[in-house]
Write a protein that binds this ligand. Structure first.
Ligand code: C2E
Ligand code: MG
Ligand code: MG
Length: 659
């Protein structure tokens, strides 16, 4: 192997011979560099040869064609065909070598050696031919010598090959002279012994020169290879890094496919690694990562793998049998740290379909598959399937196009009517964001809101909705059209990412909208975190004269705590309670009790997700003040709402009409 050459003590004669003659197999990287060096030399050489052959042809034309000594094209070609062949093959090799160096070759790249060798043979043949003629005239064999030198320069393969080539070329030529060199008179001419010694010396020198060139190139390639190897490893664990894995994953994918197996990338993520790090310091954290690298490679022996980043690893393997191996990875790590109950491993997978589906993309996809199923219990490999792909693409689309969508007005508010239970009339509406994309059509909030929250950009959307709603209210007021109070949704992150109160206040002032036309909706789940900020915000809204509603009450885990700690004007009962309510007496009792509780706490009530007449009847009876749901209408553009008010489908509450 190539590395053997690096050792200082060469133990046996056999190894010494292997080294001297180059009977070892080089790693592909080194072999590629050596081939590249040959191709590079080919460029210099062919340019020289092309120049020389053109010069020779011009010389011939001047000497024989112009003077009329060469009468026909046939004669011209007969005497110059050697130049043409050499010129043509040099041009072809120059084109090939240039494309090779520019990285434009794919399949043909593999054949650099045979191609250069063909050229080598043509050159040597030309050298022999010309020199044989010259020699018969009593001249030296310079053409052959220079051709041998040229040609071997571009074919520096291994010492033993150089040796064979120079031996064959040198002694083959001497043999040819001995047999075929006759002068014009037909007398046999042969080499003088002094010349023979000179030529032998020349070929020995040539051989030594080639071997020296080879080892020079070899050692450069070795150095570059070592640097590459170091750059392809991760310092902490010694495992390959993702770039290192990329170098071999294509080839391995092909290998698996050729064996009839399905290649699959499996990504591992150590859960709560941060806790371990905080508990046992970074050095021990590093040790754990090293251990994990060992576990991965032990369970997937000989397969490409990498530490991707932090506590994330990836391996390329065959789908067949992979779940068991992945299971074993998790088991091994947890067994080794059985005291650390919080440690766990999650796994995601991706089957590459396109050529560019390398480990980096696979990692992204597998991570996403893990993320999508993060709330599911138990260990399994979350597969990045077609369904994941769709949401993944939408997510990327949302992230990449949010700013454009806001700027171009693709995001606007739709309005869902809220009904006053006792009169059955419309008493307000809720503004719900809709993204109507020219390319993708309607994108629902369920698709973009979680993405915007996760990427901490939700405030951009909300600002845009507040602006849209308040502008619309102003337009309605100015045009003397019905104006409905609108409730606006606030995300928990709005309070972290901007001064939400101030933002609303500014826009209210900008469009000069009375504050009682706006209700602030804060979802229950928002209130479980960042309490301090939210407390202040709710207080501030109240202080400035806004009503604050608690959205989705009952959907989270801390509903009662929220009621205890915050003051709200209205309780929006989550639609989960109405799901399957018809046959479920428990649901009915719960809703009834929530309404009673709200009354006791001086809060109004609104139930969401009202879809049937039964639900309407029940809620009225239970004392719920307001209702919202598909039974009364879906979220719709403001114009549609106005249209329905105009044609009498919706009747407005008297207070609103008289405002
Ligand atoms: P939400 O604030 O609880 O809004 C009610 C959701 O329930 C709306 O979904 C509405 O279309 C839907 N809905 C209303 N009546 C019915 C019904 O009878 N049956 C069923 N199955 N669904 C009904 P939408 O518009 O898809 O919004 C989903 C959530 O996205 C909203 O829940 C809210 O949390 C969030 N959201 C929507 N627009 C905004 C916004 O502008 N800003 C923020 N921060 N969040 C928003
Ligand atoms: Mg809402
Ligand atoms: Mg809601």
């Amino acid at each position: 192997m190539g590395n053997r050459v690096q050792e200082h003590k060469r133990k046996s004669l056999r190894e010494w011979i292997i080294y001297i003659f180059g009977f070892y197999k080089n790693p592909p990287y080194i072999e590629d560099r050596l081939k590249e060096a040959d191709v590079r030399s080919s460029i210099y050489l062919t340019v020289t040869v092309i120049g020389m052959e053109i010069w020779m042809l011009i010389r011939y034309v001047k000497k024989y064609v112009i003077t009329g000594k060469c009468a026909t094209v046939g004669v011209f070609l007969k005497y110059t065909y050697g130049y043409w062949i050499l010129l043509g093959s040099a041009i072809l090799l120059l084109i090939y070598s240039s494309l090779y160096m520019l990285g434009k070759l794919k399949v043909l790249k593999r054949f650099s050696r045979p191609i250069i060798f063909i050229y080598f043979c043509i050159g040597i043949y030309f050298g022999i031919n010309t020199s044989l003629v010259d020699f018969s005239k009593g001249k030296m064999i310079i053409c052959f010598l220079s051709m041998s030198m040229y040609m071997t320069f571009i074919f520096v393969v291994r010492p033993y090959i150089s040796l064979i080539l120079t031996l064959i070329a040198g002694y083959g030529f001497i043999y040819i002279i001995d047999r075929y060199a006759y002068d014009k008179a037909g007398n046999k001419v042969s080499l003088e012994s002094g010349d023979l010694i000179n030529y032998t010396t020349f070929f020995i020198t040539l051989t030594v020169l080639y071997i020296t060139i080879y080892y020079q190139r070899y050692s450069d390639a070795q150095k570059a290879y070592q640097l590459q190897l170091a750059a392809l490893r991760d310092d902490t664990t010694g495992a390959p890094n993702i770039i290192g894995m990329e170098q071999i994953s294509d080839e391995y994918t092909e290998k698996l496919k050729s064996e009839g197996k399905t290649p699959i990338y499996i990504a591992f993520d150590i859960k709560n690694f941060k806790t371990y790090n905080d508990r046992y310091d970074y050095d021990n954290g590093d040790k754990l990562l090293k251990e994990m690298a060992g576990i991965v490679t032990r369970n997937f022996p000989g397969e490409p793998y990498a530490r991707h980043s932090a506590d994330k690893f990836i391996v390329l393997t065959s789908k067949e049998g992979s779940p068991e191996k992945a299971d074993k990875v998790r088991e091994d790590l947890m067994k080794a740290h059985s005291k650390e109950k919080y440690l766990d491993v999650s796994a995601g997978s991706y089957i590459p379909v396109k050529e560019e589906d390398g480990p980096r993309r696979a990692m992204d996809y597998a991570q996403y598959a893990i993320y999508l199923r993060k709330h599911k219990e138990g260990f399994f490999i979350s597969e990045f399937d077609e369904k994941c792909k769709k949401t993944y693409e939408t997510r990327n689309y949302v992230l990449n196009n949010l700013d454009t969508a806001i700027r171009e007005g693709y995001i606007k508010a739709f309005y869902q009517p809220v009904i006053d239970s006792s009169s059955g009339k419309v008493c307000g509406c809720e503004a719900l964001a809709r993204w109507i994309d020219p390319e993708r059509g309607m994108i629902s909030p369920g698709q973009f809101i979680p993405v915007l929250e996760e990427s901490r950009q939700i405030h951009k959307l909300d600002k845009c909705i507040y602006e849209d709603v308040l502008r619309r209210l102003r337009e309605a007021m100015d045009a003397n059209l019905p104006v409905l109070p609108v409730s606006l949704n606030f995300s928990r992150l709005d309070f972290e990412l901007m001064d939400a109160v101030e933002e609303l206040e500014e826009k209210i002032e900008k469009y000069n909208i009375p504050k009682d036309y706006v209700h602030v909706e804060i979802t229950e789940s928002a209130l479980t975190e960042s309490e301090e900020i939210l407390h202040k915000a709710v207080e501030e809204f109240h202080k400035r004269g806004y009503v604050v509603w608690l959205d989705d009450f009952g959907s989270g885990y801390s509903s009662m705590n929220v009621l205890k700690d915050f003051r709200f004007d209205l309780l929006k009962i989550d639609m989960v309670f109405l799901k399957g309510f018809a046959g479920n007496n428990n649901s009915k009792s719960i809703i009834k009790n929530i309404i009673d509780l709200a009354n006791t706490l001086n809060m109004e009530t609104l139930t969401e997700g009202v879809e049937s007449e039964d639900a309407v009847e029940f809620l009225k009876e239970a004392g719920c003040k307001r209702m919202q749901g598909y039974y009364y209408g879906k979220p719709q553009p403001y114009e549609e709402l106005l249209e329905k008010i105009k044609d009498g489908t919706y009747k407005l509450l008297d207070e609103i009409v008289n405002k």
